[in-house]
Design a protein around this ligand. Sequence first.
Ligand code: HSE
Length: 409
Amino acid sequence: MIQVAILGHGVVGSGVAEILLTHKESLQKKVHEEISIKKILDLRDFPGLSYSDKFTKNFEDIVNDDEIKVVAEVMGGVNPAFDFVKRCLEANKSVVTSNKELVAKKGAQLLAIAKEHNVNFLFEASVGGGIPIIRPLNNCLVANDVDEIAGILNGTTNFILTKMITESMSFKDALKLAQELGYAERDPSADVEGHDACRKICILASLAFGKHVYPDNIHTEGITNISLEDVAYANRWGGVIKLIGDVKNTGNGMLDIFVAPMLISEDSQLSSIDDVFNGILVRGDATGDVVFYGKGAGKLPTASAVVADIVDCIKHLNARKYLFWSDCDGSNVLPYDESVSAMYVRANGSIKTAQSVFNKITQLHRENAPENEIAFTTNEMKIKEFNEKIKELKENGVEVLNTIRIGDL
Ligand code: HSE
């Protein structure tokens, strides 16, 4: 029998307990061992559950228990999760986590501690919820040099954008619904401001390119400025607006990495990924495009990935899985000004002024647009050059309402 512990009994933690209990027999057949939950850490009381006797409020009960070999951290946040995970690894326990903030901010350090103690630190659930992406990137695609990873990495914002696109639902109502369905973070600004997607693209970039990418070093935009007007213009342009986490290998040791809303063509494989679903496009030099698709948030999809990592740790109790990247000081990130993109602009003002500032633009139209409203797309240029032109537009009396990247995905 293998004893495991769960740190946190929220949405994901309760899902992990549920899967371990409801799938006990099938998991036992697959692992050839019984997996038993010995302790669950939570400050709240959970009377009336079939496993209410497992709860403790004291982390020391877990870290000091030598029978516990694998710990699932599903609390979220960096504090106290970092300290708890570090101490479990130092106590020679393997740790699995769904905590993308922890992995994005402390991954290099925790991987080094796991290596030092000859245990495993796995985090399949930290990106894409129930979608297998960490293991495929680390194992199945290892023969490739990855050119680009672009993903719809946040279920809440994809749900909101889908409701705005298909039902003209207001941003506020769609967010409320996403929260009720258990998709959103405790603080939904992490979803709508792009920070959750940022953490996930940082994890994918660190893994694919071997050096830690810290969230603070990358340009991050959310969807709070996206309006139904932008949605209508995107439709006329021939696509949709999606929040994309993107990392490209520039080939000189630098990564062009950012999170931003993007207009993507209806021909893109990512354009039809709707609702809470996530989709991750990996461009390998040998495979070409590979797309991973599935539920990126929610109790059981995320718990499924956590339990898979628990099983993997149990199968490798005395062996290390090769999952590693080294630390880096941010010198691997291309300054955002140097990033190149075609852009969409919506403004109040004269299209002639826009034409003279940008030289070449393509005007977009929508039904019932106010007389003064203009929208257009530009050619590709560096963000630095684009921002200079936007400044010039404003100096010439144009009121810029929104600007959005155009993706080639
Ligand atoms: N809030 C996250 C999302 C949960 O909406 O995708 C899964 O990480």
